[in-house]
Write a protein that binds this ligand. Structure first.
Ligand code: ATP
Length: 319
C-alpha cells in the first residue's frame, strides 16, 4: 500500500495544517508507514497530480490511498483525478472552511485522527456526473457533495469574499453572507427538467442537486441525501417571501424544514430523488456551484454514478 497526501495550502488555517502534518508524522512512525506529500500550486493541480499518480500505478499490484487535505474543493479534485482507478481509496482530512462532505460520515475530530485515517476501512460512495455548456465551452466532471444554484451559490460567492476580511472566521463569514444575500434576495431564473417529463420553470430561490446532505459549513439543506443510494436528491425552494425564508432558515440549517407544516401546506419545496436531471438558464447564463467552486453555464445535464469510488471512513471515537 502507498500513501499520498494532497495538501491545498490555500485552504483553511495554516496552524491547523501544520498540526495535521505533525500528527501524520507521529502516526506514520508509530505504524511504520511511509508517505508522500504534494502541496498543490493552484486550481486543478491536485487533479492533474492525482491522475498522473493513478496512471503510474495502474496495471500494477500496488494499492493507493490518496488523502485530500483541504475542503470539498480539494476532495473534488482528488476524486476527479482518481476516477476510474479501482486500486485507489480516497481519504479526506478536513482542513477547509466548510468541510461539508465528511459531515455525512462523522465528526471532524475523527477525520483529523491520523492514526485512524491510516488504518480504517473505506466504503463505496456515489458521484454525480455533469456535462455543462456555456457558449462553445463544454465542461464535464464529477461532483462529490453538492451542486447549488441561486441563494446557496450566491452565499458561497459572498462568503469567499467576506472571509478574506481579518478576524472574520468561516462560520461568521457564512452568516454575514446569508444576511447580505437575503437582503438582496437573489435567487435564479431557470428551467429544471425531470426524467418523468415534469418540469419547474421560472424564478426560484435555490436549487440543490446533492449526493451529501450539507452545504455552507453544516447547513443540512438536503436532509434525506445518502451518499450511496444510487440517487441524487434534488431540492427546489421556490421563490418565497423574505419573511417566510427568515422564519424557515433555522430549520433549513438543521435539516428539519421538510417537516414544517408551512412548507408542506404551501408547497414551497419540491424535493425528489433522481437518477438524471437537466437544467437550463432562462436568461443568458446561470451560476452553478460545484462542490463550492462557482462556474457559469447555460445548460447542464446530471447523472448519478453509483458506487463510483471508495472513501476512507475513520472509525468512530468511543466517547
Ligand atoms: N496553491 C493553491 N493556491 C490557490 N488555490 C488553490 C491552491 N491549491 C488548490 N487551490 C484551489 O483552492 C480551492 C478551494 O479549496 P477547498 O475547497 O479545498 O478549500 P475551502 O474553500 O477552504 O474549503 P470548503 O470548500 O470546504 O469550504 C480549490 O478550488 C482548489 O482548486
Amino acid at each position: 500500500m502507498r500513501y499520498f497526501f494532497i495538501v491545498n495550502p490555500n485552504s483553511g488555517k495554516k496552524k491547523k495544517q501544520r498540526h495535521m502534518i505533525e500528527s501524520l508524522e507521529i502516526a506514520a512512525v508509530r505504524l511504520g508507514i511511509k508517505y508522500e506529500i504534494h502541496y498543490t500550486r493552484g486550481t486543478k493541480d491536485g487533479e492533474i497530480y492525482v491522475r498522473n499518480l493513478c496512471r503510474k500505478y495502474s496495471g500494477t499490484d500496488e494499492k493507493l490511498r490518496i488523502y485530500a487535505c483541504g475542503g470539498d474543493g480539494t476532495i473534488n479534485e482528488v476524486v476527479n483525478g482518481a476516477f476510474g482507478y479501482g486500486n485507489v481509496e480516497i481519504g479526506a482530512i478536513p482542513l477547509g472552511t466548510g468541510n461539508d462532505y465528511i459531515r455525512n460520515y462523522g465528526s471532524a475530530a475523527d477525520f483529523l485522527n491520523m492514526e485512524k485515517q491510516l488504518t480504517s476501512d473505506s466504503v463505496f460512495s456515489d458521484l454525480i456526473r455533469y456535462e455543462a455548456e456555456y457558449g462553445n465551452v463544454m465542461t464535464e466532471g464529477y461532483c462529490v457533495n453538492m451542486f447549488n444554484v441561486g441563494f446557496d451559490c450566491n452565499v458561497v460567492d459572498m462568503t469567499s469574499k467576506v472571509k478574506r476580511i481579518p478576524l472574520i472566521s468561516g462560520s461568521l463569514a457564512y452568516l454575514i453572507s446569508v444576511a447580505v444575500i437575503l437582503i438582496r434576495k437573489r435567487g435564479a431564473d431557470l428551467s429544471i427538467y425531470y426524467s418523468d417529463g415534469s418540469y419547474v420553470r421560472g424564478k426560484i430561490l435555490l436549487l440543490a442537486i446533492a449526493n451529501g446532505c450539507y452545504c455552507g459549513g453544516g447547513v443540512k439543506g438536503v436532509p434525506y441525501s445518502k451518499t450511496n443510494d444510487g440517487l441524487m436528491d434534488v431540492s427546489v425552494v421556490k421563490s418565497i417571501t423574505r419573511r417566510m425564508f427568515v422564519a424557515l432558515f433555522p430549520s433549513y440549517a438543521k435539516g428539519t424544514h421538510m417537516e414544517k407544516a408551512a412548507v408542506r401546506k404551501k408547497d414551497v419545496i419540491k424535493y425528489t430523488k433522481e437518477e438524471q436531471l437537466i437544467i437550463a438558464a432562462n436568461r443568458e447564463s446561470l451560476r452553478l456551484c460545484i462542490d463550492g467552486e462557482i462556474t457559469t453555464q447555460k445548460k447542464a445535464k446530471f447523472s448519478i454514478v453509483h458506487n463510483a469510488f471508495k472513501f476512507i471512513v475513520p472509525e468512530r471515537s468511543k466517547t
